[in-house]
Design a protein around this ligand. Sequence first.
Ligand code: BDR
Ligand code: CA
Length: 311
Amino acid sequence: MPKKVILDVDPGIDDAMALCIALFDPDLEVVAVTAVGGNCPPDQATRNVQAVIEQLDPPRWPRVGAASPPDHDLPVDGRNLHGLDGLGGTNLEVAELRSRHPSEKVIADAVRAAPDAVTIVALGPLTNIARVFLRDPELASLVGEIVISGGTVSGPGNITPAAEFNIFCDPESAREVFLSPSTKTLVPLDVTNQIILSYDLFNRLPDESTKVGKLLREILPPAFRAYRQEFGLEGIHVHDSVALIAAVHPELFVTEEMAGDVETMGELTCGATVFDRRRVPAWRHNMEVAVGMDKEKVVQQIIRGLGGTPY
Ligand code: BDR
Ligand code: CA
């Protein structure tokens, strides 16, 4: 039986890449794709979700959730890496949204419809998921699992010296989700940073006559340019695709049980993820954290998932 997943995304080039993989994976039933503000503002995130699904036209269309405005303005956006529109400045065409159900409602309905059987793959700030749990606390224990792309354990952040982008965007929501009684796996930067895809990726992608090949050939070149300008790197990180693979192929990852929380106030450390790794910890374990992976196999799964030719 295919695994039921909700993809909660803030597209975002690596979010879009994760959608390319998930929407064609016969082992997954993508019951919903829900938008959240992060890399771009909420309305744009919703447009991007709709645009990517329309371009890909997958065999089964998921429900789409619209991102609501956050409680506080987003402190930052991802335009330096993802372009003004979140998808490399491609401004993909989009038809009008047919129904504009808020993401929180779409997530809550999907979890209620299949208790303990839905995995939420959270690839953006945790705003939607925190709202779902605040409105209906019972849902936290009805979610099968949440796999979160975000945070850092030992390494530096990527948006401040201490914080990773998704958590920094909405630390209060991240804290709410971390401390909720849900089953969680965090896939932090320490792991996702280990994969850099070089230009050779373009030789591996399916050709332009395919829907995935066409979309990725539009949105990836701006990402390669941005990574070169920002970091001097001749390659890109694909954090959200790595997190998706962790949800689908957990056997490729090494995880450790940890006790994690989020700093919500520090002047220099707001949005930092903090883990109690003292010899005698006082906090209770509340999540699995990915600490390693079989890098080659994860890359192969990404390329294969895109319908390309693995290395
Ligand atoms: C995360 O930040 C976003 O820019 C990416 O889409 C990813 O979800 C990595 O820190
Ligand atoms: Ca993202």
